[in-house]
Design a binder for this molecule. Structure first.
Ligand code: PLP
Length: 395
């Protein structure tokens, strides 16, 4: 075989989301951008904080341009890691040292590196439906098998009985993502406590550590004014995968980090993270943006815009007869397809120029995802289309 067939397969077919996005681009040229309601992509629609621009301008004007753009230590500049550690230390009851922070090219890299650090061939990783579609790619690439735990559809918290049944001798990690893509659901403290108890008990029972990987690109995008429970406070063997893609609206710049819990039993874990980054060819995270993070780690985009979008869409869709999961965070709304198959529903939606994503690849059937990180105008103009689509099902 002259190429890797799995890689060929991955590179040859676009994801459903990308497919829709490309369709939308063509459709916009045909009927005008304002007439297509594109809710396909999770690209932030809120400007980065003003200080991000100021800091970038300041950095770009510094004398020492070779240092600015040069290689940094593989795990990241100390000043950057210290700034990240300081920001995390406000979330936990103990100190996370800069030496347990590893700077990455965004959450995708954080996840692939973390998985590579812990997984051996034949291990299993549990994810909770609905889950970010790329988890399957990342887990399988690390040499593990993806195991899906089914949701409790009454609230989209964890179905603990199902989880217990899915944990085996081979389980190496579970991945959680709260606030969630695609449901917007935020795990309660009760959920995190119970999850930690189960993972702790099962680790003892099976005689090996089950890691908790918390994928947190939407950590601060919450609408009830409360902080999400920080996993390291509840479970010792945890790894936090973070990204500034959404919190600072910088998805194209590729900057994030991995934080290893100082309480993890395996004291070699951080070295394994560094080694995994090395073997995957991540020389270092982008230097300019590391230096930006050293000054902007605790900033946050204005979440109120997303919250207003959420309220507008959620309230109107409910009034049109849609059954929606109320999102407490992120910028996605999960909508039930009136009992229809998600792909059929999406095709019907397209006839109304509504581009919404079928959730089959997220591990649940009969739902679509609406990414409401769009302009207010797009939402307002789309409402009559949503109303007409609902009428096809409710008349
Ligand atoms: N994890 C989840 C749940 C996401 O939604 C995304 C991106 O949308 C990622 C990871 C990847 O984030 P990044 O762009 O920072 O790599």
């Amino acid at each position: 075989m002259s190429i890797n067939e799995k890689s060929f397969e991955l590179g040859s077919k676009r994801s459903v989301i990308r497919e829709l996005f490309e369709y939308g681009k063509v459709r916009k040229t045909e009927i005008g951008a304002d007439n297509v309601f594109d809710f396909s992509l999770g690209n932030p629609s809120v400007e980065p904080p003003e200080k991000v621009k100021e800091t970038l301008n300041k950095l770009l004007a510094t004398e020492n341009q070779t240092l600015l753009h040069g290689y940094t230590s593989a795990q990241g500049d100390l000043a950057t890691r210290q700034a990240v550690a300081n920001s995390l230390n406000k979330l936990c009851d103990f100190k996370i040292p800069a030496d347990l922070i590893y700077m990455t090219c965004g959450a995708a890299a954080s996840l692939t590196v973390s998985l590579k650090a812990i997984v051996n061939n034949g291990d299993e990783c549990i994810v909770f439906a609905p889950f970010f579609t790329e988890y399957k790619v990342f887990i399988e690439n690390a040499g593990a098998k993806i195991v899906v735990s089914e949701p409790d559809e009454s609230n989209f918290q964890i179905d603990f009985e199902d989880l217990k049944n899915k944990i085996t001798e081979k389980t190496k990690a579970v991945i959680i993502n709260s606030p969630n893509n695609p449901s917007g659901v935020v795990y309660t403290t009760e959920t995190i406590v119970k999850l930690s108890e189960i993972l702790g008990a099962k680790s003892k029972e099976t005689g090996h550590t089950i890691y908790l990987i918390s994928d947190e690109p939407y950590r601060e995008l919450v609408y009830n004014g409360e902080k999400i429970p920080f996993v390291m406070n509840y479970y010792d063997d945890s790894i936090v995968c973070y990204s500034y893609s959404k919190s600072l609206s910088l998805p194209g710049e590729r900057i994030g980090y991995i934080a290893v819990s100082p309480k993890a039993k395996e004291k070699r874990l951080y070295n394994a993270v560094c080694g995994a980054g090395r073997s995957l060819g991540f020389v270092c995270a982008p230097s300019l943006f590391q230096k930006l993070i050293a000054e902007c780690a605790e900033l946050m985009v204005d979440v109120s815009t997303y919250k207003e979008n959420r309220d507008l869409l959620y309230e109107n869709l409910q009034s049109f007869g849609y059954k929606c999961v109320k999102p407490d965070g992120a910028f996605y709304l999960l909508v039930n397809c009136f009992g229809d198959d998600a792909n059929t529903f999406c095709e019907k939606a397209k006839k109304h120029e509504l581009l919404v994503v079928p959730c089959d690849d997220f591990g649940i059937k009969g739902y679509v995802r609406i990414a409401y990180c769009v302009s207010r105008k797009t939402i307002l103009n789309s409402l009559s289309a949503f109303k007409n689509l609902a009428k096809e099902y409710t008349k």
